[in-house]
Ligand binder design. Sequence first.
Ligand code: NDP
Length: 247
Amino acid sequence: MINDKVVIITGASSGIGEATAKLLASKGAKLALGARREDQLKQIVEEIEKDGGQAVYQKLDVTEPSNNTAIVRLAKETYGGVDVIFLNAGIMPNSPLSALKTDDWHQTVDVNVNGVLNGVAAVLPTFIEQKSGHIVATSSVAGLKAYPGGAVYGGTKWFVRDFMEVLRMESAMEGTNIRTATIYPAAIGTELLGTISDKDTAEQMGSVYDTYQISAHRIASVVAIAIDQPEDTTINEFTVGPANQPW
Ligand code: NDP
């Protein structure tokens, strides 16, 4: 059941996070939305409320541990608990390694890896105490297959896969009833390509996306399926991409 579930979404200001927020709100979830762009979040919350949904927002930089604990606190203070966290914030500033865009490398690790760690660290004490909770994370097809230009991004998404799998196993072993789901999207039409600073890579990926991209709503519906499962059931891994993808 999604109705009445309290769901935190990171990276909720655009793309997959925004689409998921709107879909879950329409199904009766109570949302706490986080990202760095407050103006975007404010507008999304207003749209959700106008459609009869419930949502609050908070400025969140996932690389800051205190921001992550703050949004968990916001959800608990507003709604009385947390049922689900969707760790979705991410960047993809792809480039060939030879371009030595080391600032991009480190920022990618900070957002895509440390952001996930910070989110989990913030919510885990609550989930362990209540002996329930659902952690959903956005990896990528780049977390399953290597491709040139995506060494660092892909590495961060392979990390998400490994981390979520161990989290699932340890939660089962420890009897904490924490469920996990990892989503592996491919070519979703969002603002993600805007994070690429390397001109050639941006052009190459832009043309791939122009050919293949599908809507962020497709990922939202898959997140909803994962959350909608009964408490005794977990669907761990979803790959979701264009039906005609050759990769
Ligand atoms: P968008 O760029 O539209 O969304 C990314 C979101 O992450 C934004 O809300 C952005 O908000 C947020 N974000 C970025 N940095 C931070 C930060 N430091 N702290 C908090 N929030 C941050 O792209 P998508 O919707 O596509 O991306 C969502 C996830 O999906 C990412 O993890 C991405 O890697 C993954 N993904 C996307 C694919 C695609 O083809 N689009 C394919 C595979 C995976 P703000 O800038 O306001 O902080």
